[in-house]
Write a protein that binds this ligand. Structure first.
Ligand code: CAA
Length: 291
């Protein structure tokens, strides 16, 4: 089936990036969220980020204008029924994702491919709650979506080959690189990345280093573009904790236990950049470590 219209459910950090790259690649995008405020913020963010790409000479003004015209923002979930491919990118909570697919199913075409941008939840389990496990898979982007080259494609146990091929073709059209991951907790990137971040939080918790020295160590000592605590703030501490919990529960190994300090930051609502506070305080001119 030719994919021309892509439905993106959830207009947060990942959803706006996904809508951005899809529209630039020539897809018609239906961007859905329950909150008008989130939709308005997402469209403003897309305009701002495309503006950066125009400024950097990566796209033209015309590319930006026509891409923006291809994005339709809507609070009505049934509007997503027109999509040929749906990418769910709501909050990383299984009950929310399941409820979204349940509400969406009566509206979608029989041939529509359903995917989730989940960073850790079982694709097979999400798929089993729909009427089309063979047309369901994981479509996992990295943040910031317009910049990062990788997309993880995850087959559930029932995903059929035409579905995988159709999604791979979309990734190719985006000019990104797809890797195929088996459906095990947190897939490939987050299986490796998030325990490293959790270990950085333990390093802070145990007083081995300060926020600054931990981040500087990995930036200058391992050539990472961001230190692990800065990256945790960028990803969102709630997301990092949710992924550690999926690893801990799904693999039943104590090496994945979330650091109590990470839990404490999440309990405080200090979720990172999106909350203006995490391991750094972003409310001033420059980020200031909070410990
Ligand atoms: N949209 C469009 N363009 C963007 C952008 C965005 N959101 N963010 C950055 N850019 C562009 C900038 O405009 C700039 O473009 P030019 O080269 O044309 O000037 C370029 O990207 C580099 O940006 P900056 O100069 O602002 O800053 P930087 O060099 O420090 O790079 C970064 C920023 C790309 C975010 C870099 O710090 C980085 O790669 N960090 C690590 C990101 C990472 O690891 N992401 C994966 C997170 S894990 C994940 O996402 C999976 C999950 O499920 C949790």
């Amino acid at each position: 089936m030719a994919i021309q219209t892509v439905g993106v459910i959830g207009a947060g950090q990942m959803g706006n990036g996904i809508a951005h790259v899809m529209a630039l690649a020539g897809y018609d995008v239906i961007l859905n969220d329950i909150s008008q405020e989130a939709l308005d913020a997402a469209v403003a963010r897309i305009e701002k980020n495309m503006g950066r790409q125009v400024g950097g000479g990566k796209i033209s003004e015309d590319d930006m204008t026509s891409a923006l015209a291809r994005i339709r923002a809507t609070r009505t979930l049934s509007d997503v029924g027109q999509a040929d491919l749906v990418i769910e990118s709501a909050t990383e909570r299984e009950s929310i994702k399941q409820a979204i697919f349940e509400d969406l199913l009566p509206h979608v075409k029989p041939e529509t491919i359903l995917t989730s941008n989940t960073s850790s939840i079982s694709i097979t389990r999400l798929a089993s709650r729909t009427d089309r496990p063979e047309k369901f898979m994981g479509f996992h982007f990295m943040n910031p979506v317009p910049v990062m080259q990788l997309v993880e494609l995850i087959r559930g146990i029932a995903t059929d080959e035409p579905t995988f091929t159709a999604c791979k073709e979309v990734v190719d059209r985006l000019g990104k690189t797809a890797v195929s991951s088996e459906d095990f907790p947190a897939f490939i990137v987050n299986r490796i990345l998030i325990p490293m971040i959790n270990e950085a939080v333990y390093t802070l918790y145990e007083g081995v280093g300060s926020v600054q020295s931990i981040d500087q160590s990995l930036k200058l000592g391992a050539n990472h573009p961001m230190g692990p605590l800065e990256l945790a703030d960028f990803i969102g501490l709630d997301t990092c904790l949710a992924i550690m919990n999926v690893l801990h529960d799904g693999l039943a190994d104590t090496k994945y236990r979330p650091c109590p300090l990470l839990t404490k930051y999440v309990e405080a609502g200090w979720l990172g950049r999106k909350a203006q506070r995490g391991f750094y305080d972003y409310r001033g001119e420059t980020p200031v470590p909070t410990r």
